[in-house]
Ligand binder design. Structure first.
Ligand SMILES: [Zn+2]
Length: 380
């Protein structure tokens, strides 16, 4: 089974780093798909501060053996001097990258005087990947950072436990890219009875650098557009449903924050009754449903029972984490649900490509989304 939308976004367009030409093409493509469905389409443009990698992260093991280690870059990391920094590895604790989701072991690179020259984070659920300092560095200290995978973390642990010394050379460099522009793409299905009350169905269309962004998150955009088609074909809804493809999610949820903030400034945020967010629904082992507050769970559970009961192992998380575009709305008190198939070992890597996608999962995520949206917005 093929999926035209996921394939087009991840293969034909490919890497959609926010603010790039490919990112703009993806927005146009999504807007075109929304228009085909008869939705009212608008762009919400915004500027943001991005990041440019000038020297890709490198980590070279010097002692006890010499070898190159697969390493990922962190956007907003401090740069090392050209030629890198050299020091011994010391375990320093846990970095709470996204608490309860990404809690990663942290190693310092220490010089002869005991100074910390830089840090290595270990992504413990898979291989090295690219990521972002989740608060532009505030919690991290101004220092150079790189990411390694689980395998190297185990290697470090074993060697350190055996009392062996590990020394490395680390090199990374990047800089701010000011005044980049991107956009949120909004497709409105106007409500027949309660048009001023809104349900948002959303997902982000940008992706991290050097990735095809197939599962993260062409798959979510695909499921969102399938749900839009299903609701249009059912004859619409009583409340308004806004289908929003957010830009710059990989830049600390920039697009969804911009959207929520703009509504709040205009005194319109109370229109938004619920948010259904889709991020990574084309691979993974189980359907992980994050929903909060707890009083909102039953409606979601009933919709899942009615639409995809018995299809997948479903795991519930009765809290929302600041990991995707539901967050800026939930922070403002909007009951929200986030659908994700988890885990996905190719997250934020060049290997997040179309061949990893199981179209069946996207279709089922769309079915579940349609059922939740129907229950919340009411069928016309
Ligand atoms: Zn994502």
């Amino acid at each position: 089974m093929e999926s035209e939308i996921t394939k087009y976004l991840s293969e034909t367009i490919g890497e959609r780093l926010a603010g790039s030409e490919a990112d703009r093409k993806a927005a146009e493509y999504i807007a075109g798909k929304m228009k085909e469905l008869g939705l009212e389409v608008e762009y919400q443009k915004f500027k943001f501060v991005g990041w440019e990698i000038t020297r890709k992260a490198r980590l070279e093991l010097l002692q006890p053996e010499q070898k190159e280690i697969l390493t990922g870059s962190l956007m907003f990391s401090e740069s090392t001097p050209e030629g890198g920094i050299i020091g011994k590895i010391k375990y320093v604790g846990i970095q709470y990258v996204i608490p309860k989701l990404f809690e990663w072991p942290k190693y310092a690179i220490v010089d002869d005087k005991g100074n910390h020259l830089g840090y290595i984070l270990a992504h413990i659920d898979g291989p090295a990947m690219n990521f972002v300092l989740t608060d532009m560095g505030k919690d991290y200290g101004c220092a150079p950072y790189v990411i390694v995978g689980q395998e190297i973390h185990t290697y470090f642990q074993e060697k350190l436990a055996a009392g062996e010394e590990i020394s490395v050379r680390m090199d990374t460099a990047g800089k701010h890219a000011p005044s980049l522009e991107t956009q949120n793409v909004i497709g409105t299905l106007r409500g027949s009875a309660l048009p001023d009350e809104e349900i948002i169905v959303c997902g982000h269309y940008d992706c991290g650098f050097e990735s095809h962004g197939a599962d993260d998150n062409a798959s979510g955009i695909d499921a969102m557009l399938r749900a839009a088609k299903a609701l249009v074909e059912k004859g619409g809804t009583k409340k308004t449903v806004k289908f929003v493809a957010f830009g710059a999610e990989e830049y600390l949820l920039y697009g969804s924050y911009y959207y929520a903030k703009t509504l709040k400034e205009q005194g319109q945020l109370a229109r938004v009754k619920n948010v259904i967010n889709l991020d990574m629904v084309g691979s993974g082992e189980f359907l992980w449903v994050w929903v909060a507050p707890e009083s909102f769970k039953q409606q979601v559970a009933d919709a899942l029972d009615q639409s995809i009961k018995g299809e997948f192992d479903i795991q519930w998380n009765l809290e929302l984490l600041p990991a995707s575009d539901h967050w800026p709305f939930f922070e403002e008190g909007v009951p929200s649900v986030h659908l994700i198939f988890w885990p996905y070992e190719y997250l934020h890597q060049e290997h997040d490509s179309y061949d990893k996608i199981e179209v069946d999962k996207i279709e089922k995520a769309a079915k579940a989304t349609t059922a939740i949206a129907e229950r919340l917005a009411g069928v016309s």
